[in-house]
Design a protein around this ligand. Sequence first.
Ligand code: NDP
Length: 434
Amino acid sequence: QESNPNEGEFQQAVKEVLDSLVPVLVKNPVYIKQAVLERMIEPERLISFRVPWVDDNGNVKVNRGYRVQFNSAIGPYKGGLRFHPSVNASIIKFLGFEQIFKNSLTGQPIGGGKGGSDFDPKGKSDFEIMRFCQSFMTELSKHIGPDTDVPAGDIGVGAREIGYMFGQYKKLRGAYEAGVLTGKGIGYGGSLGRKEATGYGTVYFVDEMLKSKGYSFDGSTVVVSGSGNVSIYAMEKAIQFGAKVVACSDSSGYVYDPNGIQLDTVKRLKEVENKRISEYVKEHAGAIYQEGCSGIWTIPCDIALPCATQNELNKEAAELLVSNGVKAVGEGANMPSTLEAVEIFIENQVLFAPAKAANAGGVAVSALEMAQNSARLAWTQEEVDLKLQQIMKDIYTKSQKAAEEYDAPGNLVVGANIAGFVKVADAMIAQGVI
Ligand code: NDP
């Protein structure tokens, strides 16, 4: 805490991991002797830079850009870029730190990184977005490359932004290095199945967890927060698995549709028309809109999938979910539940899938995109989806086994942290004190 003051989100992410690792350190004193933890919580590099750009009225604007290159023990830095006004060093560091363990869990050779800017894409024209992305990449390009650091999308960064950044990188380098960014359009090096991967992967993971107790999505009532990339595809897969999704949200409020959310409407409003979720109720009689997104957790459900943002589900929300009989919670977003909320779920034997494990499908398919780019090949959607399903099963098995081995059976928070940590820690030791 002393070395990272005023970085609440980063401290929260580190505390969650450290609490889980005590038994590993006791059993393996070499990790203490080699100061593996101290090294792991200090990023290899944190880059912060000026992003000047010109709006449509000719005004010069300035934002701050970041890239944290956290850990490269098992592969090039890999992690998304977030454009949101709340972005600061603490948020980028918490996301980058989590990414180390998540990427390790995927079983693929990718290190941990994250980046972004406090730029707010809301209400900006297409040309403003393009000029911002070009300016952002002009600086970022000095620090990334297909074997160095491979950014992707996150909140506020989708295929359009990745396209503009890729174009600028290509122009600056004078070379077509397809593997420098993932989440690209399908026509120029993107992978089929990447757009769906985080949401689908979360549902595949939660499905494994449910099956272990004889439950399933089929016939269950599900609440999914957010209505962005992760939420939409989590809803899609949950519906395909026979669930009824009754609510989703955006940062303004939530929609409750007792007849089941009509996903086509949400996709059109959010992916095509760029509208607010409140518009949904104009098209669906019986659906209700409520201002304020946190109220979504008052809706009774069997399975809750927080897929919007960090700390969106607090202690009170967790208590409400438990008293309404929730059976399982799966984190599609990064760190959506506060530490107190996670405690409540674990104490009450609610099946809990932590973000690092449950939402790793996105970065896993990003690594598959890198593999396709290196091989100059393109796999079918089915091939990618089958690989994703296998990866999510493997992550579940690894996490569940590590939890058992360290006397915390069923606790996937502990299991995922330990399984992710050991691989990176051993690689760091093998590579010496660097
Ligand atoms: P999007 O920008 O596509 O969607 C984000 C959604 O969450 C929107 O509905 C947005 O509402 C809502 N939201 C954002 N900020 C807030 C806030 N402060 N309060 C309440 N609601 C908010 O992002 P993604 O779907 O890509 O990302 C969602 C989460 O999943 C993030 O935590 C991200 O880090 C994580 N994640 C994403 C991956 C990916 O592949 N995209 C991979 C792994 C994790 P509004 O439109 O009103 O802002």
